[in-house]
Structures are given as C-alpha cells and as structure tokens.
Design a binder for this molecule. Structure first.
Ligand code: 13P
Length: 259
C-alpha cells in the first residue's frame, strides 16, 4: 500500500487567532472533505481553538508546533499533551531546528517529547536536518543518524508507525534555497534505511518522511515525485491560502501517480 501523501503547514509564530481564521477558512472551504491526502495545519497555540472549530467537520487535521513532555504541574508557560488533545489536535511538530537552535532543545529532550506524544495518542512530526556547515563537512548522514537514533530511543515498532519524520535541511529553511529533488531523495532514502535498522522493513516502509525547506508550488511536483518523499512540511508557503492550496493540489497529483 502506498504511503498517504501528507501536506503540513507550519505557520510558526505567525497569525493571531483572528488572522488564523481568515487564512484557514478559504482553505477548508476549498479542500472540504478530500480524502486523497492528509492535510495538516499547525497554527500557533493561541489559534488552535479557533482553527479547531473551523475544521471540526472536515478531513483536515490539526497540529501543534511544540509540546511539553510533562503531564501537568508547575511548568509555567508549558502546554501538555492532554491540553492539545482536548482541542482535537492530532499531530505535533517536535524538534524543529528553530527549537533546537534558539531554545536549546537537545535530542534527549526531543525524545522525551516524542514518547509523551505517542503515549497520549498524538502523532509526532519529528524534525531532523543538518546545517550548512555540517553538510559542507560531509557530516549530513552522521548528524541525521544521531537525531533519529536518539530522538526515537525507546519507541517501539508499533508506535513508530504513528511517527512522521520531517527532513528539513537547516540551510534550506526560509532561505529560498531548496535541496534539489535528488539531494532530498538521497537523504530520505538514508532515513528510511535507518528506520529499517531501528524498526524493521515493514514498519519503515509505512513511516512517512516529509521534506521541509523552501517548498513552494513551483518546486513541489519535482520533490514529491521522488520515491521516498511522502509529503512536505511547509513554512512560508503555508501562510497564504493560494500557495497552500496549490501545494495541496501538488500533493494530490503526486498521490495519484504513486498509487
Ligand atoms: P520554509 O518553508 O519557510 O522554508 O520553512 C520550512 C520549515 O521550517 C517548516 O517547518
């Protein structure tokens, strides 16, 4: 069975709750209850409730951009898995490079969050990727291997089927520089090989691996036609309905070809 193509929008720290509704409404009206691909919107925490109400009767899924690994308690400013579940959140982005570099999230922290998400029936979108310096030093595969092995420590094979990996080369995020389809495919194939080592062939074949980093309507078709690229985690181009809908269409086209 082919892996379901996933198009996920990471809005980052953009859009008030009011603006989020303005962005999400035309998208949801346009894609309605399509079932060919998985579409996920990841607004900031403050807009989750508003977007959750909008997508209540649609096939579109709701994702958060971060989460605490703790269940509850004296953790000022943190958001628990149960709080997300209560807002009908189904997915959570973990270990984004911006959280790793600006907020000091280590692989050990990302691992705790990944385990907490899975225990609470939230699907983690675990981000991995190398910096430009790491790529130029020939360390891409080593960096990604460490992020996968440590980030997925103690995850069982059955849990792993609910994990989505996002390969986001740091040098391509928000820069307008995209990995070429061949460069991205090379790393995606490496990730699937590592997942095979961790969880076995049949599980690794089921895990979706998204590409992120300046994915736009004009480069999406080529990226999504690669065999191990199962969708996109989109930043900038998820912030206008026109671009995001074009990416959803690119996802549907790729899904039709990959049957
Ligand atoms: P851009 O699409 O803006 O490069 O961002 C990618 C990203 O970081 C998605 O998580």
């Amino acid at each position: 069975m082919p892996r379901t193509i996933t198009i996920a929008g990471n809005w980052k720290m953009n859009k008030t709750a009011t603006e989020a509704v303005e962005l999400a409404k035309p998208i949801i009206q346009s894609i309605a209850n399509q079932s060919e691909i998985t579409v996920i919107m990841c607004p900031p925490f403050t807009a989750l409730h508003a977007v959750s109400e909008l997508i209540a009767n649609s096939s579109t899924r709701l994702g958060a951009q971060n989460m605490s690994d703790k269940a509850s308690g004296a953790y000022t400013g943190e958001i628990s898995p149960a709080m997300l579940r209560d807002l009908h959140v189904t997915h959570v982005i973990l270990g984004h490079s911006e959280r790793r570099s600006y907020y000091g999230e280590t692989d050990a922290i990302v691992n705790k969050k990944t385990l907490a998400a899975l225990e609470n029936s939230l699907k983690p979108i675990l981000c991995v990727g190398e910096t430009l310096a790491e790529r130029e030093a020939g360390k891409t595969f080593a960096v990604i291997k460490t992020q996968l092995v440590q980030g997925l420590a103690e995850v069982s094979a059955s849990q792993a089927e609910n994990v989505i990996i996002a390969y986001e080369p740091v040098w391509a995020i928000g820069t307008g520089k995209t990995a070429t389809p061949a460069m991205a495919q090379e790393v995606h194939a490496f990730i699937r090989q590592e997942l095979t080592g961790l969880f076995g062939e049949s599980t690794a074949q089921k895990i979706r691996i998204l590409y992120g980093g300046s994915m736009k309507p004009d480069n999406a078709d080529a990226l999504l036609s690669e065999v191990d690229i199962d969708g996109g985690l989109i930043g900038g181009a998820s912030l206008t309905a026109k671009d995001f809908l074009a990416l959803v269409e690119a996802g549907k086209t790729a899904a039709a070809k990959k049957v």
